[in-house]
Design a protein around this ligand. Structure first.
Ligand code: TRP
Length: 358
């Protein structure tokens, strides 16, 4: 398909440093697939990282490089997708300010994901002005690219809803798109912005090797892409499979549905026949315990990681990562400057040709 008729995809992450297999399952795998068929932009939301870590700029910078290195190792291809830094794209920042005028303050504060984050981080009475603003910024991340599809986890859906509202309002105020126009018709009716759709993945959440919490680097329950087969085996060996599921004297009672290890079986063992057989034998207690299943899953995870570890060698140097980001930023700037021009024109904000050169 020619570049121009492909659907455009924008997605991103707040940089957290190294990636683990939970990231692979939850988002990166999908990106590696979608880069083949869509015009993809992957954003490193380094400005969002400042919402909670404004006092740690060097750490954020390092995390940006790491997250990109690991995404490349996992198979994101810089020839196919543009990977870029949020702070290098001025149109995003400019649109954020304008979009903040299109959203009632109370509407922004009602966002359940925002409320949750403030609660979880213990910030309810003490957060920066920029904290809620990041959600408006995210609408600009997406709309600056006039993206059609936004692959995200479930928790990001409220941000997408906000984005859709901004796009509809902009198109109504400044482009004459009628109030009740169907979302799919906004562009053909002259709207600057398509109304983007959230593309929510199936497996949002991989359980960590503690068998309880979501896999997360800070909880120490993750398998990193740099882990050796030995490390993987050791970590898997520690998965807690739950008291209910371990009834050696009554193997008939074992319920693989409730067993976190079986999420790994389903996710990392490719052959459906093998999965079905393991389930069956495990449930029947047919001489197969956690140990056997763990060893098999560990093998499959290491097989998945091997090519990633090989690819990662190409990206060891920070300069290589910076070059890739630089090129990605150039492409992101080109795409978003075009949108900004259209948006300014529509909102009667175009007084001159762009007077700063980038
Ligand atoms: N808020 C997202 C997260 O923390 C990251 C993000 C920033 C994003 N801008 C985006 C995701 C635009 C999708 C689209 O994971």
């Amino acid at each position: 398909m020619p570049e121009t008729s492909r659907r455009r995809v924008l997605t991103g992450d707040t940089p957290t440093g190294s990636l683990h297999i939970g990231h692979w399952v939850g988002s990166v795998k999908r990106r590696v697939e979608i880069q083949e068929t869509h015009d993809c932009f992957f954003l490193v939301a380094n400005l969002h990282a400042f919402t909670t870590r404004a006092d740690k700029p060097e750490e954020i910078r390092r995390d940006c490089i790491e997250v990109v290195r690991d995404a490349l190792a996992m198979g994101v291809d810089p020839e196919k997708a543009s990977i870029f830094l949020q702070t290098e794209v001025p149109a995003i920042l400019e649109l954020t300010y304008l979009f903040s005028m299109l959203l009632p303050y109370n509407r922004v504060m009602r966002n359940p994901t925002l409320k949750d984050e403030l609660k979880v981080k213990g910030l309810e009475d003490n957060y920066s002005f920029g904290f809620p603003l990041y959600t408006v910024g995210q609408t600009a991340d997406i709309l600056a690219f006039r993206a059609h599809d936004v692959p995200v986890g479930e928790d990001q859906v409220p941000h997408l809803e906000l984005t859709r509202e901004v796009a509809r309002r902009f198109n109504k105020y400044y482009c004459g798109v009628p109030d009740k126009a169907p979302d799919e018709e906004h562009e053909s009716l002259g709207g600057v912005f398509p109304i983007p759709v959230a593309d929510v993945g199936k497996v949002g959440r991989l359980i960590g090797t503690d068998g309880i919490n979501k896999m997360s680097k800070s909880l120490g329950n993750s398998i990193l892409i740099t882990d050796t087969p030995k490390q993987v085996k050791k970590k898997l060996g520690k998965i807690y499979v739950g008291v209910d599921n371990r009834q050696p004297n009554d193997p008939g009672e074992v319920d693989p549905e409730k067993n976190p290890l079986f999420q790994y079986v389903e996710t990392f063992i490719e052959s459906p026949d093998e999965v079905a057989e393991l389930r069956d034998r495990y449930a029947r207690g047919d001489n197969i315990g956690d140990g056997v299943v763990k060893v098999r899953v560990a093998e499959c995870i290491s097989e998945l990681l091997e090519p990633m570890q090989d690819r990662r060698k190409q990206y060891e140097s920070d300069d290589v990562i910076l070059d890739i980001l630089h090129e990605g930023c150039r492409k992101a700037i080109a795409a978003t400057e075009q949108t900004l021009e259209m948006a300014k024109e529509a909102a009667s904000l175009k007084f001159f040709d762009r007077t700063i050169s980038i």
